[in-house]
Each structure stands twice: as structure tokens, then as C-alpha cells.
Ligand binder design. Structure first.
Ligand code: AMP
Ligand code: MG
Length: 382
């Protein structure tokens, strides 16, 4: 199949040409085809959410396991009524506060939504995105677009059309290039079928923000304790995800110790003939000695770190880096979503450097050996 690539909205307002492309894309979706398009979170791979064949095609194009449900995107709040069988008051409150925007709600599904779209579940995930291209495309396509992230299953989510093309060229009908996305991490998912509502995937809308709207929210235990042994409630969260091709290890600890540890590991891996890479923050970037050093942003600017994470992982792939070390980030606020994605990308390989009460590392050499031993089975290392 030939994939048509078009650019839309790059100059701000939509031109007549942009409108024509949007109509063409909508026709493809109405006929059961697939179109990748920008949203404010990451690029989505869209098909008609109410057509079971379209959903099957989405799974096939991504190589996604069919038990991993898709998010249905709408462009008007009222449209939610057709696809859910019950609309709790909490959903209205959340929509008032965060829609259109980077938040997905899980609700009981109506019969209009085929099980192919929900991965066989009785619930449906719904989001009303704010990106102007996404909103127009949904409207012109009939109102309901199922759209997972437009990456091949397991790969980092695409933040640029170029990355969509890398994974999807020849597998889908069209890619709409709308420039770089704004947020760079997928939507927050909140399950409203349980009481209190539970966050299944952390994102730009944080627990603190949701707590301001709802009386109480829970968070899926697997997000806070990835080694809890329990299955995540969002089926997709159980898969290894966002992974670069190289072996990624996160290093946590006092900054000087982290830098020293990473530089030692880089030296060792180079000795084995591996190409090495580091994901670091602006403040300490020049202290790293790896073959490829990628800046993920300023430690103080979490939004930049979120936006850069997936593109940095893809760039390390482009440069064929085999062994990658990343700094760690505090798991508060937006940091929770950043660390959730980074840990998944690393297959939960994390080295925690012990520090004494002055922040000085104790016995780092020895702990690194232990850590390396444990890394091989991908467990979180304490
Ligand atoms: P993606 O579309 O790639 O952002 O992934 C969608 C995420 O939403 C996956 O982790 C899914 O498992 C999750 N999801 C979608 N529908 C449901 C649902 N009905 N219940 C729980 N999780 C869901
Ligand atoms: Mg995804």
C-alpha cells in the first residue's frame, strides 16, 4: 500500500488546501481506511471506532496484541452519550475541567462500540483532544475515531510525523504532518467504573490536578510499585513499551555519583566494543563521556523533559547506540508520567546508588556489580 504524506496547519490557520486534505483523510476513515494525525499528546493512528474492520486494521498495522483496547476520540462532549451506557456525574465534572485535553476516561460501553475496538472489554476509553487537526478530522469523519499512538507496538510513541513514517510507511493510507506535538506523552487515563476513580496511566493531567476536581482518586498499584506482581488494569500497561533498540539503564542517586557511575559503565561497555549513549539534563551534560550524549532538557523544566523523552529515544536508535544510560527524575506531578514511561522503556532496569546522610555514595563499585547481575532479568533493583 502506498502511504500518502500531507502537511496541514503549519502556517497557523487552515488553508483551502488543508481543508481539502482533511476532507480526503475523513473519506479514507469513513471507507474503513487508516490515517495517522497529530494530537496534543502524541501522533495517533486513526480508524472509524464504530467499524470493527477498521479496528482490526489498526491492530494489524501496529502489530498490537488484540487484547489491548483502543481509545475512542470525539470532538464534542455530547457525542459521548452514543458510546457509553452510563454517564456518571464525575465524568461531567472531569470533562468540564480537562476537555478538550490530554485526559482519557474509562466508562461502561454502549452497544454502538464494537468489541474489536475495546479489546473484548465491556468498557470504553474516551478522549476529546484539543489539537485543531484532530478535532476537524474527527468531525469530518463522523465523530468517532479509534486512535492508539501511531508507533509500531512496543516502540516509542511518535512526536513527529517523521517517526510515524518510520513505523507506518506502506502500512496505512495517509499520514497528516502537523508538526511537533505539544505534550509528548500519552493522555492520563482515569477509570470511572470504580469508586473511587482510579488512575490507570499517569500523564500530563496529574493526580494532584484530578484531586482538585474529584473528592478522592486512587492510582493503579502497578504504577507506584511496578514490581507488585499484580496485573495493571489498563491492558496496554502490562507490555514492555517505548523501548529503544539499545539496552537502557536508569541511574538514580546523588548527581555526582550518577555521573561518575555512568562514565565508568560507558568506559566498560566501550571496552566491549559497544556504541554508548547518555540521556542527561542540561545542567550536567558536558560531564558525560559517552559516544552520543542527548539532552532531554533542563531539570527544572519538566514539560520540556516530557516533550523530549520519546524523540531522544528515537534519536538514539537512529544513531545505532547499543548501550544507553539515563538520569532519573523525581516521581511527583508530571514526573510520575515521565518516570513511568522511562521505566517501561528500560524494561525496569534501574540502578539505585546508595548515599550516606551527606549524599555521598557508599561502595558504588560493589553495588554496580550486584546491580548488573540483577539487570539481566529486568527486575527493579532496590
Ligand atoms: P494508546 O492508544 O497506545 O495510548 O494506548 C491506550 C491505552 O489505553 C492502553 O494502555 C490500553 O490498555 C488503555 N485502555 C483503552 N481502553 C481501555 C479500557 N476499556 N479499560 C482499561 N484500559 C483501557
Ligand atoms: Mg501507545
Amino acid at each position: 500500500m502506498e502511504t500518502k504524506l500531507v502537511q496541514i496547519g503549519k502556517g497557523g490557520a487552515f488553508t483551502c488546501e488543508d481543508e481539502a486534505y482533511l476532507r480526503e483523510a475523513a473519506e479514507i476513515i469513513k471507507k474503513g481506511g487508516l490515517v495517522a494525525f497529530p494530537t496534543e499528546t502524541v501522533y495517533g493512528l486513526g480508524g472509524d471506532a464504530l467499524n470493527p474492520d477498521s479496528s482490526r486494521k489498526i491492530y494489524a498495522a501496529k502489530g498490537r496484541p488484540s487484547d489491548n483496547p483502543l481509545i475512542v476520540h470525539i470532538c464534542r462532549f455530547e457525542d459521548i452519550r452514543r458510546i457509553v451506557s452510563r454517564l456518571p456525574e464525575s465524568a461531567v465534572r472531569i470533562a468540564d475541567a480537562f476537555w478538550p485535553g490530554p485526559l482519557t476516561m474509562i466508562l461502561p460501553k454502549s452497544r454502538a462500540v464494537p468489541r474489536e475496538t475495546t479489546g473484548g472489554l465491556d468498557t470504553v476509553a474516551v478522549r476529546f483532544p484539543s489539537h485543531p487537526v484532530a478535532r476537524k478530522l474527527i468531525e469530518y469523519s463522523g465523530g468517532y475515531i479509534a486512535a492508539p499512538s501511531a508507533n509500531a507496538s512496543g516502540r516509542p510513541s511518535p512526536t513527529l510525523a517523521r517517526y510515524v513514517a518510520e513505523d507506518m510507511d506502506g502500512r496505512i493510507d495517509m499520514i497528516i504532518d502537523g508538526g511537533e506535538v505539544g505534550i509528548g506523552l500519552e493522555s492520563t487515563i482515569i477509570d470511572l467504573t470504580v469508586e473511587p476513580p482510579r488512575i490507570l496511566r499517569p500523564g500530563y493531567v496529574t493526580r494532584e490536578m484530578l484531586d482538585g476536581i474529584l473528592e478522592k482518586t486512587d492510582i493503579d498499584v502497578t504504577i507506584i510499585k511496578p514490581d507488585s506482581g499484580q496485573a495493571p488494569k489498563a491492558p496496554g500497561m502490562k507490555y514492555r513499551h517505548y523501548a529503544p533498540r539499545g539496552r537502557l539503564v536508569i541511574v538514580e542517586g546523588p548527581p555526582e555519583q550518577v555521573i561518575a557511575y555512568i562514565n565508568r559503565q560507558v568506559e566498560e561497555d566501550r571496552g566491549k566494543g559497544e556504541k554508548t549513549g547518555v540521556i542527561g539534563t542540561t545542567e550536567v551534560l558536558e560531564q558525560y563521556q559517552a559516544d552520543v550524549v542527548k539532552c532531554i532538557g533542563n531539570r527544572e523544566a519538566e514539560e520540556d523533559i516530557a516533550r523530549n523523552l520519546f524523540s531522544v529515544l528515537r534519536e538514539l536508535d537512529e544513531e545505532k547506540v547499543e548501550s544507553i544510560y539515563s538520569e532519573s527524575f523525581p516521581s511527583k506531578g508530571l514526573g510520575q508520567a515521565i518516570m513511568n514511561r522511562l521505566l517501561k522503556a528500560a524494561g525496569h532496569r534501574i540502578v539505585r546508588l546508595p548515599a550516606d546522610e551527606n549524599g555521598t555514595c557508599i561502595n558504588a563499585r560493589e553495588s554496580s556489580k550486584t546491580n548488573h547481575h540483577n539487570e539481566s532479568d529486568g527486575r527493579t533493583i532496590k
